[in-house]
Design a protein around this ligand. Sequence first.
Ligand code: ATP
Ligand code: MG
Length: 370
Amino acid sequence: MANEKIILTGDRPTGRLHIGHYVGSLRRRVELQNSGEFDKIFIMIADAQALTDNFDNPEKVRQNIIEVALDYISAGIDPAKSNILIQSQIPELTELTFFYSNLVTVSRLQRNPTVKNEIQMRNFETSIPVGFFTYPISQAADITAFKATTVPVGVDQLPMIEQTKEIVQRFNYIYSPDKPVLVDCEALIPENESCQRLPGIDGQAKMSKSLGNCIYLSDSADEVKDKIMKKMYTDPLHIQVSDPGHLEGNVVFTYLDAFCKDEHFERYLPEYANLDELKGHYTRGGLGDVKVKKFLNNIMQETLDPIRTRRHELEKDIPGIYEILRQGTNAAREVAANTLSEVKAAMRINYFDDAELIRAQSEKYEGIKD
Ligand code: ATP
Ligand code: MG
């Protein structure tokens, strides 16, 4: 149907989901889901993509599918409203990837800043697997297969959306200029800058499963407290309480930017009205890190507690979760198959359904009977 509003988004099952995923994308997905503004929502567990850099450890990917599914549903994704699907079980996505790879050059892929950065992070410089190098193309297949119009993601995904838009444009220009088959999409990134790329608790630029610097949605209350109070990076120059503190690169304040609301001050730190006041005191000096960390811990516990409780309930019926994934995947596969047949028809490689082709070919040979 024309003008449908469709969401596609997803995560790689390389670990449990962390609070970077939550503020970067998951929290928004739940809001969008509950807004009722979208006709269809597809949430993908990108296992095939995870295998591009974990090909030697398929067990890791296999084990984490259920973890990601549990995290989704406990964070508020409702399988009655959102289709959760497993990428590798939809072979149509691979076929689309294959056809789209003709529309992308090697040098274009080499320019992708996120892939460049990830290659470095994984020490792949001299031996980049082709599958990893080309995963932006497979991501374009995922987005277009479901005719997604809206893709809620963190900023690291913007180059992928750019690449997808180029593929859509080229495909439609070459194969379906009169009636575009592929639908253009827009990224939806968080407005709050701290949420666009949440740093790790160690102060590194990005909280990431692969870097081991995460607070997971499923961490116990004690684990969360420990990570905040004992491990979290603050301001190395803030030695005495009376010293002026710095906010730049101070993870505790970045997390407060991402999670804190004025009502949290009423509940946990009534001597300040809002975050600006707290920041003001910190930068003037006289405010200790422990006090700020305790405040952050209260907020994190309040945010994560209901997610943790729902998770414990869901963990009691694991076969039920796999059933949700099976149904979501089956429904999504129908949609992807539909798009693939439109793609093949536009490329005119649907030979057996092409009566005109068969007729024209037989006419060509009509005179040559012996
Ligand atoms: P990996 O290290 O295996 O790549 P990851 O932690 O980067 O894992 P992905 O599954 O690659 O997680 O990312 C899933 C989604 O979460 C993407 O939309 C991405 O932009 C978003 N995201 C991941 N990490 C962060 C973060 N630290 N801050 C904001 N958004 C994030
Ligand atoms: Mg990633």
